[in-house]
Design a protein around this ligand. Structure first.
Ligand code: PMV
Length: 320
């Protein structure tokens, strides 16, 4: 039996985080410059059902049967085995690695799940379609997110820009769309870990105590998301930058920014970025800035000298 490898990109949310939990649209894009990888190697001498899991990034070296079922890697494997109606996979070693920053809004959890689901299903002789991979990864996402919107697993499974909207009593609206003119983003990491489930929970409490106000903030975000999609489809980067600034302001009002994120956003704008905003759950994690070839280097330097622990440059809209 040969070995099987799969990888999955990171992602960032361009527009609409938090409001997306409340059924407004959002736009997310893959970031192929970072990725998770899973390799399954058969172990012809091992006894059936013995799955050895190695994830050096999180110092994990353990048999599947010894891990709690809600450990995210174990959960991805169990979710797949259940889906395929298998309880005893052939003995093997599953090795998982990732270059995606953890707890930083770049979809590391979903990317790890998706790489595992792809490599393991191929190893078992049942390769999955993107839609199935996304659906199973969503089950695993519930551990990380509490009430995930489903945007991470979707954008990573399809590896394309995605316009996403949850709907009442229906599966989410998912549209992949074209980027007219590829654009450059510089992503700045605050280096501060942020648990999405915690921030989503805080927003939920604030929403419950002031529903009317939060509904109007989410509406305002949703309107920007629709305009942003048009700006991307028509290649209007000035408008796109302006909408990023406005979305950031709304996220501040929603209460999910922080002084570190605001500082990086300001630094990027002062260095000439066309727009900048936090991306993902907020509090810590990453911010994104829209740059031009003329100001990209200056923005990178401004982010690094204003506290960014890491900077990732990426092009949105090039064919993967
Ligand atoms: O921090 P991230 O990238 O995992 O994004 C969270 C995005 C939220 O809208 C805050 C939550 C969600 O499930 O969509």
């Amino acid at each position: 039996m040969p070995s099987f490898t799969a990888s999955a990109p990171g992602k960032i949310i361009l527009f609409g985080e938090h409001a997306v939990v409340y059924h407004r649209p959002a736009i997310a894009v893959p970031v192929p410059d970072v990725h998770a990888r899973a390799i399954v190697n058969p172990d012809p001498r091992g006894s059936p059902g013995k799955v050895h899991i190695q994830a050096p990034d999180i110092q994990l070296d353990q048999f599947l049967s010894n891990l709690p079922e809600d450990q995210p890697i174990a959960k991805a494997v169990w979710t797949l085995l259940k889906f395929l109606n298998l309880d005893q996979p052939p003995a093997c070693t599953l090795r998982v690695t990732s270059t995606i920053p953890l707890a930083a809004g770049m979809g590391s959890g979903a990317a790890v799940s998706i790489a595992i689901l792809r490599a393991f299903s191929a190893f078992l002789g049942h390769p999955l379609a993107d839609e199935q991979v996304s659906m199973l990864a969503f089950e695993v996402e519930k551990i990380h997110h509490g009430t995930p919107s489903g945007i991470d697993n979707t954008v990573i499974a399809y590896a394309m820009p995605v316009f996403f909207q949850r709907r009442q009593n229906e599966s989410p609206l998912i549209e992949t769309f074209q980027v007219k003119a590829p654009f450059r983003l510089v992503i700045g990491d605050t280096g501060i870990p942020s648990r999405t489930a915690d921030v989503v929970g805080e927003v939920r409490r604030a929403y419950q105590s002031d529903t009317h106000h939060y509904e109007s903030l989410f509406d305002a975000v949703g309107a920007r998301v629709l305009q942003a999609r048009q700006a991307i489809e028509s290649g209007d980067s000035r408008l796109l930058g302006h909408l990023m600034d406005e979305n950031h302001e709304l996220l501040c009002q929603i209460g999910v920014s922080s002084s570190e994120l605001d500082r990086l956003v300001k630094a990027a704008r002062s260095a000439g970025a066309l727009g900048a905003k936090l991306s993902g759950a907020g509090r810590g994690g990453n911010m994104i800035s829209l740059v031009t070839p003329e100001n990209e280097e200056g923005v990178v330097q401004a982010l690094l000298s204003n506290g960014a622990s890491r900077v990732i440059r990426t092009t949105i809209g090039k064919q993967l």
